[in-house]
Design a binder for this molecule. Structure first.
Ligand code: NI
Length: 227
C-alpha cells in the first residue's frame, strides 16, 4: 500500500529546511547506495559528514513523529536518520530495490528497512520529470507531491526516479523499521485507525463503538507489534 500524507512540514518549517539546503554542499549520491543501485543512481546528496546534516535530520524527525497520520502509517520502531537528495540536468535513479538492512552512520546500529518514505521539498511546478515510480500489485504508480508532503510505501517495492528534464528536484528520503513488519498488517491497522479517527470526529471520543474499536486497534497492535 502506498500512502500519501499532506503537510508534514508547514510553510515556515519548509522554508527553514530549504534555506539550509540551498547553502549546503552536495556530493555524488552513490556514497550511500548498495552495489546494484550504485550502478543506476545519478543524483547528488548532502554528504554524511556535512555539518548541517544533524540539524536537518532533527527538524525532519520532529515533524514526522508529531504527525499522527505519518505515525499511523509507519508505526515506527526505529527511524533511519533522513537523507537529502537533489536531481538536476537529466539525473535519474533507475529501477532498484533498497537494501534490506542499513547501518545508522556513526552508530553501527542496524535497522531493517520495512517502510520507505520520500518527503518532497521542491514544488512540482519547479521541475519536469523526476517522478517517483513505485511498482506494486496494482501496477506502477507515479508520484509527484507538493513540497512538505510525503509518500510512504513498503520498502520491498521496486522503484525509480525518472530523469529530470527541467529545474531542480530536492527531497528527503529515509527508511523505518516498523513495529509491524508485515505490510498487509500495517495496512489493516492504518485503515482501522483512519476509520476510528473519522468516527471520533462525528460521534465523539467516548461513544461506545469508538471505545470498542479503539480497544480492538490496541489489541491488534499487542498481537503484532515488536518493540
Ligand atoms: Ni531507492
Amino acid at each position: 500500500m502506498l500512502i500519501t500524507i499532506p503537510d508534514i512540514l508547514d510553510t515556515a518549517e519548509l522554508r527553514g529546511i530549504r534555506e539550509i539546503l540551498d547553502q549546503a554542499e552536495w556530493r555524488d549520491g552513490r556514497e550511500t547506495a548498495g552495489t546494484q543501485s550504485a550502478q543506476v543512481k545519478r543524483n547528488l546528496q548532502i554528504p554524511l559528514d556535512s555539518p548541517v546534516l544533524p540539524e536537518l535530520q532533527g527538524r525532519l524527525v520532529r515533524a514526522l513523529t508529531s504527525h499522527p497520520t505519518w505515525m499511523s502509517a509507519a508505526l515506527p520502531a526505529q527511524i533511519l536518520p533522513p537523507l537529502f537528495n537533489r536531481y538536476e540536468g537529466g539525473q535519474d535513479f533507475g529501477i532498484h530495490v533498497d537494501n534490506a538492512i542499513r547501518v545508522v552512520p556513526g552508530e553501527g546500529r542496524q535497522i531493517r528497512t520495512d517502510v520507505s518514505c520520500t518527503l518532497f521539498l521542491s514544488e512540482p511546478e519547479d521541475y519536469d520529470g523526476g517522478e517517483l515510480i513505485v511498482e506494486g500489485h496494482y501496477g506502477a504508480q507515479s508520484i509527484k507531491l507538493p513540497a512538505g508532503h510525503a509518500v510512504v510505501y513498503p520498502a520491498t517495492s521496486l522503484h525509480e526516479v525518472t530523469p529530470i528534464t527541467r529545474g531542480v528536484r530536492i527531497a528527503s528520503f529515509f527508511w523505518v523499521q516498523s513495529m509491524v513488519r508485515d505490510a498487509a498488517r500495517r495496512e489493516l491497522l492504518f485503515d482501522l485507525d483512519s476509520s476510528i479517527q473519522s468516527l471520533t470526529r462525528t460521534l465523539g471520543t467516548n461513544a461506545a463503538d469508538v471505545v470498542r474499536l479503539t480497544g480492538i486497534y490496541h489489541n491488534m497492535i499487542r498481537q503484532w507489534a515488536e518493540v
